[in-house]
Design a protein around this ligand. Sequence first.
Ligand code: PEP
Ligand code: MN
Length: 368
Amino acid sequence: MTLKLKHNPIIIAGPCSAESREQLFQTAKQIIQSVSIDYFRAGVWKPRTRPSSFEGKGIEALQWLYELKNELKLPICIEVIQPQHVELALKYNIDAIWIGARTTTNPYSVNELAQTLQSVQIPVMIKNPMHPEIKLWIGAIERIINSGIQEVIAIHRGFYYYGNEKYRNKPLWQVPLELKTIFPDIPVICDPSHIAGKKEYIFEIAQKAMNIGLNGLMIETHFNPSIALSDKDQQITPDELKELLNKIKFLNNNSSDPIFENTLQNLRQIIDEIDEDVLTLLSKRFDIVKQIAYYKKNHNVTAFQLSRWKDILKSRKNLAKELQINDTFVHHFLSLLHEESINIQNKILNQPEPEEKQQDYDNKRRNS
Ligand code: PEP
Ligand code: MN
């Protein structure tokens, strides 16, 4: 029985790399036995970070994919890096292509691909660049749209960062959401495999992507990930794919129920008012910061005092815990607030004529 998904997100599955005819056929057959997918993916040319890694089977793999498409009636997508890859993809009847993260990083390469795409129509998917420079992603999308391509899909695959953290690539969810506001008509799908780096994290990332309204998933799937020639830790089996898609809750973007809309509007109004209060309070807080700055300046005291910062962190974190606010969030929030306070104080410490300002504040306080 093929699993049909209720809300029609775009689902793409298949191995990281096309390794052999047998690997492609085994994987594809097992996938379509239990899941309905929009495209079968496979990397034919692999732009690898290190030269000793597996770099793909090239034209040989295109022939396997051509046979697979015809035998299994399965639409195929591959990654293209250079213009000749586009030409070969078209020659071998590939149904859609994607531009990888390393290529999106280079506007010159994207331009070359866009030029080759000028006289053809094929869906083009564009992964985010390696680092979170959203303008590169936007630029790549614009270049492809300008080439005349009508079906464009963005793929969020996370961002490189230095050091070891839980995931291989940082999701930075605000970036795909910002992209959605810039291109409201372009679907943005998530590649949880490359964000996760390890198969055990794929579900939580995929679910989050669906919760924030992304439009589909690209999931690396291999009939036997333990023998995969690339990205073996993040690939799942077709059975695991079925389980994962069964478990994910796919949500609607909107509801046509008028009561729902009304309630949502009321709750949003409350949020708007709370935000106004928060900003007004912040402005009051910064006023006091300025007052302190003039005071410190008159007494030749530094803007930053470690003991005070430690006290603030400790007491606010305790309060946040009582109020059940996430500790990491509070830490980021306080750090930002503290940084801005120091910037404000620093500006004042560098200003001439502090006494008058201090007198202004003293008078203000006396009169209020
Ligand atoms: C891939 O999809 O296999 C790949 C190499 O992805 P990315 O460009 O996101 O690194
Ligand atoms: Mn991969």
